[in-house]
Design a protein around this ligand. Structure first.
Ligand code: ZN
Length: 167
């Protein structure tokens, strides 16, 4: 089932997401919905808070919605090692009409559980590393607008307030 995307300034996007204690059928159903939603919205990644569930789950497919051949699901992911630096220009389904440019690590090591609840350690570099860092940020209540200057952030907040007033 395709779920609705929660957008900024919804407070769930600013909250620290909770650890998944057990990979139950309900959690697996949520993961299936997240993957379906990610592809339907033409995203390359999604975090559970973006569909209104404050849980540490991410789905990532840097190959995009047309290829769909590089899907990774991670539960309770944790970045254990970072290396280097790269410039990143990012958008987010939850941060409407914003593009933010800032620095991310070039290479990361991530530990977590796969969809079956088995522990995995994965390494990513370049664009896939960016997507994982972006989605793991969501689990800590961090959005792309938290990575830019206070002035840019203030301008974006003003734009959002205007849009909410119109709605
Ligand atoms: Zn995002």
């Amino acid at each position: 089932m395709v779920r609705d995307i929660v957008t900024y300034p919804d407070p769930i996007l600013a909250a620290e997401a909770g650890e998944v204690e057990e990979v139950t059928p309900e959690i697996q159903a949520l993961i299936d919905d997240m993957v379906e939603t990610m592809y339907a919205k033409e995203g390359v990644g999604l975090a559970a808070p973006q569909v209104g569930r404050s849980l540490r789950i991410i789905t990532v497919d840097p190959s995009g919605p047309s290829a769909r051949d590089a899907l990774t699901v991670l539960i309770n992911p944790r970045i254990t090692c970072t290396e280097g630096e790269q410039e990143s220009e990012e958008r987010c389904l939850s941060v409407v009409d914003a593009t933010c440019t800032f620095k991310r690590a070039q290479k990361i090591t991530v530990e977590g559980l796969n969809k079956n609840g088995d522990p995995v350690t994965l390494e990513f570099e370049d664009f896939p590393a960016i997507v994982f860092q972006h989605e793991i940020d969501h689990l800590h209540g961090v959005l792309i607008i938290d990575h830019v200057s206070r002035l840019k952030r203030a301008l974006y907040d003003k734009k959002v307030r205007k849009r909410l007033k119109r709605a």
